[in-house]
Design a protein. Structure first.
Length: 104
């Protein structure tokens, strides 16, 4: 099972994420601080905004226009590595992915 590493406010979580779910659902199921996922993973609220560590992001799918537009509305600072965690499907290739919860 791929392991996703989250950081927020000085705390860190290593979460076993089921293949086929999303990075957001893995965070919510483990109680990761800062991922509120108000829209339930529909790319409509940006409350699952994360900064992906570029060293571990090589296997991420391309961002859709919908995700790109929603990130423009995110409360946290938008960075080149910003993504909505609800739009990142967990695959075996994501094992070791590191993300920082935005707004930290």
């Amino acid at each position: 099972m791929p392991k996703i590493r989250f950081s927020c406010s000085g705390s860190e979580w290593a979460v076993d994420a089921e293949v086929g779910t999303t990075v957001m659902l893995a965070a919510v199921s483990e109680g990761v601080d800062g991922i509120t996922a108000e829209c339930g993973g529909n790319a409509m609220c940006a409350t699952c905004h994360v900064y992906v560590d570029p060293e571990t992001a090589t296997s991420l799918p391309s961002m859709t226009q919908e995700e790109d537009d929603m990130l423009d509305c995110a409360a946290g600072e938008r960075r080149p590595t910003s993504r909505l965690s609800c739009q990142i499907a967990v695959t075996e290739e994501l094992d070791g992915l590191r993300v920082e919860v935005a707004g930290d």
